[in-house]
Ligand binder design. Sequence first.
Ligand code: WTA
Length: 626
Amino acid sequence: MIKKGNLYYPSEEFKKQAWVNDKAIYKKAAKNPVKFWEDLAKDLVWFKKWNKGFVHKPPYFEWFVNGKINITQNALDRHLDKRKDKPALIWEPEPIKEKARVFTYYELFKEVNKFANALKKLGVKKGDRIGIYLPMIPEVVIAMLGCARIGAVHVVVFSAFSSKALNVRLQDTKAKILITADGYYRRGKVIDLKKNADQGIKKTNVKKVVVVKRTGNKVKMRKGRDIWWKELINKESNQCEPRSMDSEDLLFVLYTSGSTGRPKGCVHVCGGYAVQAYWTAKWIFDLKEDDVFWCTSDPGWVTGHTYTIYSPLLNGVTTLMYEGVPDYPAPDRWAQIIEKHKVSIFYTAPTAIRMFEKYGTDFVRKHKLETLRLLGSVGEPIDEAAWQWYFKEVGKERCPIVDTWWQTETGGILITSLPGLGPFKPSFTGLPFPGVKVDFKDGNLVILPPFAPGLLRGVYKNPKRYLKTYWTQYGKKIYFTSDGAYQDKQGLIRVIGRVDDVIKVAGHRITTGELESAIALHKDITECAVVGKADEIKGEVPIAFVISRTKKSSEVIAKEVITQVRKEIGPIASPKQVYLVKDLPKTRSGKIMRRILRKLFTGEDLGDLSTLANPEIVEEIKNMIK
Ligand code: WTA
């Protein structure tokens, strides 16, 4: 890359070969964004072309109206002519002694069809919701695409979420079938997933449980309800016609944390999502025929949905999935995988970069990373130090770094610098993707019509929440992101962080409200408050303050609170610290002042405490934290 002042630009060589290397594209798109997206959409295969690009009925909108499409036809069938024997998916297992598995486009096509046929045999119809609670194994790809093939709606639940979290999502969507596995590897240990699944389907509509045999640990199979994946698909035909879906038919529901306790189901649809997933990846990651693309996100998160699975397959490139933890059995595991599978484009979260940075540079230098040509970052702001380390140690000052901003709600990336154009400015994400209009209102990032084809169409079965969360702050025609952000003189955007209760812990989205609800369920806790605290590696970590009705020691309470959170949400949400306090700072009307608790960690001025009902408690908590 070429450095000019505090900005970086792609090398001439990179620029020349990039899909986008003329900034005129921005102007052209801005002139008529709907037409711009319509032109892009023509590159996909449609059963029937749409008759209207964009229709707005605030707060609702539609894209590619009356168009008919199937995303799997675009991700699989249309590559069979040219790419039949090309690897579609490379899967690297966690245990070192196990061999990687490779699925060519044709093999993946056949597996997806078999599974789709099996679903049909189980009575699955278009529009039915299917729960998917699988670790990072090839079957998660097959299951998702199998659903999409026949018009079933996949509801993927992160495999490290607790059975309670699974239960909430299955109840909300009334899923009749759950796809899960016996277990999976994590740091060499077998995690019994089936046990969680059994717990999680209690009091739901789930009638059948399909179980992938991954680790071979002993699991209980309930007769008439549980079926092994292999046995289910064994005799199925590997031909299944892709169902013609309306552009606005549901493709998937993915739950994410919002301001209040209960997670919300973001609704994504077939047409717009496919168009955005295809084009954002093509241009932002500059995907070319020979690329091996590695997005490290678990399919349980939106980044995994879009950029581990749909985008690379829509583009006909090879996608890589790794089962395990980044630093197992040693810190160089990821570097070793990049070298082994000749990864050319690597997309991860700042938290991983900071973790590796901490391990020191020796382990990365042990591996040739010369196949890399482009790097990406996602999920949280990337600080300048992490950016520089990524740039020097991983990208060898050669690879452009695209810092991509988006959300579960947006379905795909909306803001970033394009790799063939730049400029790249550490800690700034860049410009809105061509055809996307944003604005800044009171320091908040908002998105203006026509939004983007992949933006969510609703909160599952909760129109009130949809309206309130996204379309109330600035009216029904302006999408409110809940992120604070600003633009520099050149228009480059810096996203500062959430303005609501959402915190990003190691890139994972959770809300302090959700944690508080979980903790409050503990019988000994009378009141609690959770705030995010800055963390060197994870970006942010949750800190809990609790009041107990018992005389249990603070150590015991802390342990129980952590267990409680793990049970209700999952280990990723575990508080880093639990403080047992006598009281919480409150206003005279009894509102807990979380702002003050947050400031205790940042060292900011606490402001005027005299309006509090109990100012003395602040000093007490302050001493505790020290
Ligand atoms: C944050 C992840 C700064 C932001 C794709 C957003 C970022 C939330 C960036 C969505 C980035 C994501 N720079 N902040 N490049 N990317 N965020 O739904 O606060 O898990 O609102 O989607 O992550 O998180 P989610």
